[in-house]
Design a protein. Structure first.
Length: 177
C-alpha cells in the first residue's frame, strides 16, 4: 500500500492572510495537481503574509519537517515592495535552477506583456524542489504547464520520491538509459 506524498502549497498574500479576500491561488494549485498527478499525494497547505521571514520559515518547515519533495508557492513574485517570495526562496535554497523561471516567463509572455515583470524562480533545498508561481490562477496553470514535465525528473535527481503525471494532462520527461 502506497502512502500519499506530501506536497507543499504556500500562498504568500497579506490580503488573503488578513481575510480581505479569499485565497484562490492555493486552491488553483491544488486543482491543477489533482488533474496532473497520477501518484497519490496530499496537500500541505500554508497561507502566510508577504513577509520574507514568514515565507522562509514556511518553506523550511515544509522541506525539512514535512519532507515535501515539491513545494509550490504562489504570490509575491512581482516588483512591488512587499513582493519578497524570490528573496525568501533564495535564502533557503541550496541551489537555484534558473531554467524554471525562464520557461515560466516565456510561456506567460505569450499571454501577457507584463510577464517580464515576474521574478519567479525555483531551487532545491535538500531533496525538495521549491517553485515560485505567480498569484493569478490562470497564470499558475500557464506556468505549471510550462515546467511540470520536468518536475518529476528533477525530484528524482535530488533524491525525492518518484512522481508520475497523468499522461493525458502532462507527459513527464525522463531521459532514457
Amino acid at each position: 500500500m502506497s502512502t500519499a506524498i506530501p506536497i507543499g502549497i504556500v500562498t504568500a498574500s497579506d490580503r488573503a492572510k488578513t481575510g480581505v479576500y479569499e485565497d484562490r491561488s492555493g486552491p488553483a494549485i491544488i486543482d491543477y495537481l489533482v488533474s496532473a498527478l497520477a501518484t497519490p499525494w496530499r496537500a500541505e497547505y500554508r497561507l502566510v503574509a508577504d513577509d520574507q521571514s514568514l515565507i522562509s520559515a514556511a518553506l523550511v518547515a515544509l522541506a525539512d519537517k514535512d519532507q515535501c519533495p515539491l513545494i509550490l508557492i504562489t504570490g509575491g513574485t512581482g516588483p512591488g515592495p512587499r513582493d519578497v517570495t524570490p528573496e525568501a526562496t533564495t535564502t533557503v535554497c541550496n541551489r537555484i535552477l534558473p531554467g524554471f523561471g525562464e520557461a515560466m516567463r516565456m510561456a506567460s509572455l505569450r499571454e501577457v506583456p507584463t510577464a517580464i515583470l515576474s521574478r519567479q524562480l525555483a531551487g532545491t533545498r535538500g531533496s525538495s524542489l521549491i517553485v515560485n508561481l505567480p498569484g493569478k490562477p490562470q497564470a499558475i496553470r500557464t506556468c505549471l504547464d510550462a515546467v511540470m514535465a520536468a518536475i518529476p525528473y528533477c525530484i528524482d535527481l535530488i533524491g525525492g520520491p518518484r512522481l508520475e503525471t497523468n499522461s493525458e494532462i502532462i507527459q513527464t520527461f525522463r531521459p532514457g538509459p
